[in-house]
Design a protein around this ligand. Sequence first.
Ligand code: FES
Length: 82
Amino acid sequence: MSDPKTDPEAPTPVEGPRIVVTGTGPNLCYGVSVEADGFIYMPEGNKPLALCACGLSNTKPFCDGSHKALNDHDITESQDIK
Ligand code: FES
């Protein structure tokens, strides 16, 4: 990714509420509340809420780091993770 400070063609970073899809890990929710199981979760400060996108978390809908087991595997094809 290019740096907007040194590359005039780089996209300007978006401020405000947003969800960042990381592709290999959780979806990061900045400034966005999440309702789950009858509770509303609010992000604290600049920290995002991390929503599981891999389906392996034991704390769904939140990421618990279990996606790291996928990092050594090709996730473009369906396969069992051991
Ligand atoms: S994305 Fe982290 S456990 Fe699923």
